[in-house]
Design a protein around this ligand. Sequence first.
Ligand code: PLP
Length: 419
Amino acid sequence: MLHADIPLAGASRTGPGIGQIRARFPALAQSLAFLENAGGSQVPVDVADAIRAYMLESYVQLGAGYGLSNRATETVDWAHAFIGTFMNATATGKVILGPSTTQLCHMLANCYAETLRPGDEIVLAETAHEANVGPWLRLERNGAKIRWWKVDRDVEDCTLASLESVLSERTRIVAFPHVSNLLGRIADVPEITRRCHRVGARVVVDGVAFAPHRAIDVQAWDVDWYVFSTYKVYGPHMGALYGRADALAELRGPNHFFIPDTNVPYKFELGGACHEGCAALLALGRYLAFLAGHEASYPVSRATVERAMTRTSELEATLQKALFDGLAAIGGVRIIGGGGAEVSERVPTASFLHERYSPSEVVAALHRADVAARYGHMYAYRLCESLGIGTAEGVVRISAVHYNTVAEIERSLAAIRAL
Ligand SMILES: Cc1ncc(COP(=O)(O)O)c(C=O)c1O
């Protein structure tokens, strides 16, 4: 029995209905309203089944030449190809798979450490998750100068004007989030990238908080590096890093010396990619095909990915409006970075403070109402500091994805109102 609040919708003209979608996620059959998706999403049954099947049926090493080993090799190759399609990366670069975004950012920064020249500057956004800050800060030891792309306190975000004030001919790298995992607002990646390229800098975009909600298009945005975590996009606990061909060519991958530099992505995948995770990524493709209403045409095309992500934003638009309008109507609640429910401007992640109750008190009330939400700095530590938000308790964050329901949002709002 699924939640009582799920409308018994069938397939809509534009794709599957919410009832069909939720039925694909066994974890959502529990009474808990899962609104902690910015931390990590649930997985469809396809993904979990694929891990089990891979481990029980083809858990052998790659490249040994016997039938089962060939199948395992294909699984890993196809998973790279699928993520390439997911990011629209195939024409312009390569996708590197790894255990997490944090690990991939460290790997990338270590590669850049070898190439730094005296006077090189690295620009870091104060809105960033620490995963795309800490690895670059360590390059100070290699002589890099760090410049902060500061938060404008009036708009509680990093603006293009504040970017211009730190960019110069010495800027080598600009690391910033596509969406802050605390603010939920979508940055203008093509425009930021254009300005960084104008001074000859590379961009390293953290797309973790964007990827569950909209289609990634590294080709259209012309980014150099783009990273996200597949466990926030209904997949296994892995990360994926796109590198544009010319950016990849200026670095030497860290894998063993006897692996040729031209063997990309393997040269950048220390120990290789998680094999059962690759099987799960392929199954994620099947879920996207289902979301797009193209299940029969699996494996997925770029059109299927785009359709699936359009379906997620269609479903999220209603949730986003309910969440932001609802929070804004509660006296004493301050949404960090402001409200604004426009789907073109933000994703359904809301962080807020209550003038009378601490984040831990608000979250305790949510937990009593059987709502999964959390409080804290969300690893956006420097953003909290620059906004004067105590890092011990940080903010309350409620984050939805396409499989949530308005009734779940209402339950959260009611718990806050009842305080
Ligand atoms: C915006 C953002 N960037 C990076 C990360 C780190 O990702 P990972 O856990 O894959 O290292 C997170 C995780 O919460 C995140 O929300």
